[in-house]
Write a protein that binds this ligand. Structure first.
Ligand code: C5P
Length: 286
């Protein structure tokens, strides 16, 4: 049996850092939005566990989140970790788009089907949270609020479909380095629920822009071509612009100017929860 599935990317429409926690992580209040930029994964029956990645710059060793997800799922289910996994990388690593976390989530879904585990989503989300703070979101998709480390997911109503311009600079941003630069105070245990609207804010943005000044140039360029919202995604290095539809996003992307040399630009749609569940769910292939 061979199963295939797509791992989608995310942007953070809002990201509040509430403070540093005793466990070294930061307490967050964030809004994730799924977007249509995808990695492709394939899962085949095999005698052993193996991973082939088409992009040589992506480490395919035991530290790869796909292999860690496979081993952790097998361990939890009490089965042997046996599968030949193929990964076609399209989401840049270190881009703030959650590519590695999404690959891990799709691996949990794919292997759970390949091994006939029938594991409930809540169990996979629990396993996912141990692999990375963003992993549970990718089991839900669409729009969702993430609290805790970002791993506690509450689905939000889908956005009307919008167009997104992703500007991916030619350098990655290391998440721990950006958090360190931020130097957030200890979390006092409070969360502000005063406003009902979505704060147009990413608290990691000033720290990331201090570390990588070209990020601010990109953000201003996106605002300059009329983005409804222009923000850093996660800890970067991707900066996204939100537009009313795909046509407006494509038109704005053509007018972008003065980006860091080597930046990649992609115009993608937002994805609803249903679209995410359908595309990331494993299906049989020849
Ligand atoms: O959970 P994940 O492995 O994605 O986190 C990567 C790193 O990002 C952590 O080791 C930590 O330095 C930082 N992080 C954090 N607070 C969070 C999520 C991530 O400090 N809520």
């Amino acid at each position: 049996m061979r199963l295939v599935a797509e791992a989608f990317a995310k942007v953070n429409r809002s990201l509040l850092v509430l403070g540093r926690r005793p466990d070294g992580f930061h307490e967050l209040d964030t809004v994730f939005q799924a977007v249509g930029l995808t990695d492709r994964l394939a899962f085949e029956e095999s005698d052993a566990l193996s991973l082939r990645v088409d992009d040589p710059s992506v480490p395919a060793g035991p530290e790869n989140l796909v292999l860690r997800a496979a081993r952790l799922l097998a361990e939890e289910a009490g089965v042997k970790a046996r599968a030949a996994i193929g990964l076609e990388k399209r989401i840049p690593s270190g881009g703030g788009l959650g590519g590695g976390s999404s690959d891990a989530a799709v691996t949990l879904l794919g292997l759970s089907a390949l091994w006939g585990l029938d594991a409930p989503l809540e169990t996979l989300a629990e396993i996912g949270a141990r692999l990375g703070s963003d992993v549970p979101f990718f089991l839900f998709g669409g729009s969702a609020r993430g609290t805790g480390r970002g791993e506690r997911i509450a689905p939000l109503p889908d956005l009307p479909p919008k167009g997104v311009v992703l500007v991916m600079p030619p350098f990655p941003a290391a998440t721990p380095e950006v958090f360190r630069r931020l130097g957030a105070p200890e979390w006092d245990g409070r969360r502000d629920d005063a406003g009902s609207g979505l704060p147009d804010r990413n608290d990691l943005e000033p720290a990331a822009e201090a570390l990588f000044p070209p990020l601010r140039v990109v953000r201003e360029a996106l605002a300059g071509v009329g983005a409804e919202q222009a923000r850093l995604s996660g800890s970067g290095s991707t900066v996204f612009g939100l537009f009313p539809d795909l046509a407006a996003a494509a038109e704005a992307a053509r007018r972008l100017d003065g980006l860091p040399v080597g930046s990649a630009i992609r115009v993608v749609p937002t994805w609803t929860r249903e679209e995410c569940r359908f595309r990331s769910g494993p299906r049989r292939s020849e």
